[in-house]
Write a protein that binds this ligand. Structure first.
Ligand SMILES: C[S@@+](CC[C@H](N)C(=O)[O-])C[C@H]1O[C@@H](n2cnc3c(N)ncnc32)[C@H](O)[C@@H]1O
Ligand SMILES: [Mg+2]
Length: 248
């Protein structure tokens, strides 16, 4: 089972271990993810509703859907998905994230199954989900193709994967590394390595090679005037998200 070790980059996981206590502090080290949450939830919920024919105005639109939040961190996405009715498993390779996520879910009255494990270990155990949320993780793993192969195995036929990451170009270096880490100090220096960023074409090629069909790519764009994030079908130059389906 050597493959089970391949997606964890110990130095990447150590960065998240060190920040674990701050997950739910909106002004802490995960401030960028808190700021991004409304925009990415709009994308995630619209894609799931479209794929599974759900009405987002219902009280629990995702009832009956089994959802994996892989690389869940403190559960910033697991929690809203549970509130929307999904049966949520959150998994993370950084052990310290799990108690933080568990305590917060309990305090929020949510039933979420948080596990200290990896995508490949869950795939090897034969677990399958209707939806795999794979948000801001692929740029932190040791082997993106092996990781996406495992994510593909974790989907039921007809399932949906949402995968976001950061593009690799001069602008993303300026914005995601110089801007976010050095100028704004939103993130600790060294959080991201530019050479681990992935272009949308590269990501979609990896996803296709894993056996999924990329069906959408959309930008997450930060507007310094409104100080907020929005979705863009044209601007994928820094942060972006993709949706992919597994053939039925
Ligand atoms: C930037 S955080 C994103 C957290 C969450 N997905 C979100 O968007 O709010 C990346 C997370 O991926 C986890 N991680 C890194 N490598 C991983 C791997 N190989 N398998 C599973 N999780 C991993 C880290 O511990 C961290 O919690
Ligand atoms: Mg990241």
């Amino acid at each position: 089972m050597q493959a089970q070790q391949t997606t964890v980059d110990a130095s990447e996981v150590a960065k998240f271990e060190a920040m674990a206590a701050e997950w739910w502090d909106p002004n802490g080290k995960f401030k960028p993810l808190h700021m991004l949450n409304p925009c990415r939830l709009e994308y995630i919920t619209s894609q799931i509703a479209g794929e599974f024919g759900r009405d987002r105005s219902a009280a629990k639109p995702f009832e009956g859907l089994r959802l994996l939040d892989i690389g869940c961190g403190g559960g910033l996405l697991s929690e809203p998905m549970a509130r929307l009715g999904a049966t949520v498993v959150g998994a993370d390779a950084a052990e310290r994230n799990l108690p933080v996520a568990r305590i917060h879910a309990e305090q929020s009255g949510l039933d979420i199954d948080y596990r200290f494990t990896t995508a490949e270990a869950m795939a090897a155990a034969g677990e399958q989900f209707d939806v795999v949320l794979n948000m801001e993780v692929v740029e932190h793993v040791a082997d993106p193709q092996a990781y996406l192969d495992a994510c593909q195995q974790l989907l039921k036929p007809g399932g949906l994967m949402i995968c976001s990451t950061i593009n690799r170009n001069a602008k993303s270096f300026a914005m995601a590394i110089v801007g976010a880490e050095y100028v704004m100090r939103w993130l600790p220096k060294g959080t991201h390595e530019w050479n681990k960023f992935i272009t949308p074409d590269e990501l979609c090629a990896l996803i296709s090679k894993a056996g999924l069909n990329p069906v959408d790519r959309t930008g997450f764009v930060f507007n310094p005037i409104t100080w907020g994030w929005s979705l863009s079908s044209r601007d994928l130059s820094v942060n972006y998200v993709t949706a992919s389906t597994k053939p039925a």
